[in-house]
Design a binder for this molecule. Structure first.
Ligand SMILES: C[S@@+](CC[C@H](N)C(=O)[O-])C[C@H]1O[C@@H](n2cnc3c(N)ncnc32)[C@H](O)[C@@H]1O
Length: 232
């Protein structure tokens, strides 16, 4: 069983997700105390996919994050570099065009998608700037990005309780539910080391995205960042 370290070596990250693939969605629901479903609805609304639009769901894993976009009639491409996650996704959602690809070297032409999105994936990519630049490259001028990622609760007392949850409650619960509980030690560590809301917004701006803004969900446990690629 693999647990990635915080230097996020791509082969370690990919094989860690290969190990959790089978029980990934169940573990998510349990560890997020059911909040994951609400977060997905908020992402769906923020992306606002329309019929016939092309949407890239990067780091799509088992494709659970991709399904809501497909339901709108958009053409959704779930892309991920964990073959285990892609295989599990293909079993559950055989109609989706799962594509193997690394976020830092996307296998798509420039200006291919109306919207690009990544849920709980960017934090796991070794080179955040490279992934944001690739997302920008494959987005059509005038297109949009939505990033859903763990962030910093804004109210200090809640932040303290949440950090305690990450450090103390999450590992034993993960041991009971996940096929690779060690992966959830990485989850807690990587969340604590991740940029807060303004810092991630600054990275998006640096990559060229305009009209960057964010919205907190569940008190800032999760943030949805959005941005637009300037029209040509
Ligand atoms: C926590 S899962 C999220 C899956 C899905 N988006 C969801 O919301 O359930 C993170 C995913 O990021 C993928 N990932 C991490 N680094 C990646 C990279 N450099 N390129 C492509 N996928 C990557 C992992 O393989 C894993 O499937």
């Amino acid at each position: 069983m693999t647990r990635a370290s915080l230097d996020k070596q791509p082969h370690e990250v990919a094989s860690m997700f290969d190990d959790v693939a089978e029980r990934y969605d169940l573990t998510n629901d349990v560890l997020s105390l059911g909040q994951a479903r609400l977060w997905r609805k908020a992402v769906d609304k923020a992306v606002g996919a329309r019929p016939a639009e092309r949407v890239l769901d990067l780091a799509a894993g088992t494709g659970t994050s991709s399904v809501p976009f497909a339901r709108t009639g958009a053409y959704v491409v779930p892309c991920d570099f964990s073959i285990g996650m892609l295989r599990e996704g293909k079993k559950r959602q055989p109609w989706l065009p799962f594509t193997a690809g690394d976020a830092t070297k996307l296998p798509f032409a420039d200006d291919s998608f109306d919207a690009v999105t990544i849920s709980f994936g960017l934090r796991n990519v070794q080179d955040t700037d490279a992934a944001l630049a690739e997302l920008y490259r494959v987005t059509k001028p005038g297109g949009r990005v939505v990033i859903c990622e763990f962030s910093q609760p804004t109210w200090a007392p809640f932040r303290t309780v949440y950090t305690e949850y990450l450090m103390r409650a999450l590992p034993p619960v993960a041991t009971a539910v996940s096929s690779n509980p060690d992966a959830y030690v990485y989850l807690a560590d990587s969340i604590r080391a991740w940029p807060d809301q303004p810092a991630l917004a600054a990275l998006l701006q640096k990559a060229g995205w305009q009209k960057v803004a964010w919205r907190n969900l569940t008190g800032g446990i999760v943030a949805l960042h959005r941005g637009t690629k300037p029209a040509a």
